[in-house]
Design a protein around this ligand. Sequence first.
Ligand code: ATP
Ligand code: NCN
Length: 192
Amino acid sequence: MIKTGLYFGSFNPIHVGHMAIANYMVEYTDIDQLWFVVSPQNPLKKKKTLLDDYHRLELVNRAIGDDLRFRASKVEFGLPKPSYTIDTLAYLSEKYPTHQFFILMGSDNLESIHKWKNADVLLANYDIIVYPRPGFNPESAEKYPRVQIANAPLMEISSTFIRDAIKEGKDIRHFLPYRSWDYLQQMNFYKK
Ligand SMILES: Nc1ncnc2c1ncn2[C@@H]1O[C@H](COP(=O)(O)OP(=O)(O)OP(=O)(O)O)[C@@H](O)[C@H]1O
Ligand SMILES: O=C(O)c1ccc[n+]([C@@H]2O[C@H](COP(=O)([O-])O)[C@@H](O)[C@H]2O)c1
């Protein structure tokens, strides 16, 4: 079985925090490879500031470049919206029987997982590796036997910060992988 970490996200846009997390996950956990699964629509987030799906995918692909440990997946583009993780996992598990899937997420998502569709099924059937965000209390995860917490350096960076900074006219190019930043600049994303 190929141990594959699924890093689900809006990636609106992808930032160096995501890349550092992905890098940590492939080097320090059991997973052999990592797929960034770009979600058209998080069921718990508003759509207002969301960039078009294919532009977010392009930003992810540019961030990955030729790093063979990573792949971008647009599987959720073809599934019903909003993007329920349990449904995507059912689809992928059937399509890729030689892969063992792990769910990767930041601790903010673990804190709201009780609101997710079929959260109990998800928590019972999949291993989840959580990347802590500032303020996270690891004891809060002890009730979930299949959740492990990565002992990783913390980062405050978020896509919200990036969008706000661009709107304010700041040059924050080093918060994104440089090829993604180039595309974002060319296309004038998030300026208003
Ligand atoms: N700095 C970070 N530390 C730990 N996990 C993170 C960090 N940034 C993002 N993640 C995780 O990466 C996944 C995808 O993140 P997402 O696209 O929501 O980015 P975000 O920066 O949290 O976005 P936004 O600010 O728009 O909510 C989520 O599981 C999220 O928890
Ligand atoms: O399945 C659910 O009910 C569910 C509820 C909230 C979020 N998710 C997924 O969690 C992922 C993380 O979202 P985000 O916006 O924090 O990057 C994204 O793929 C969402 O579709 C899934």
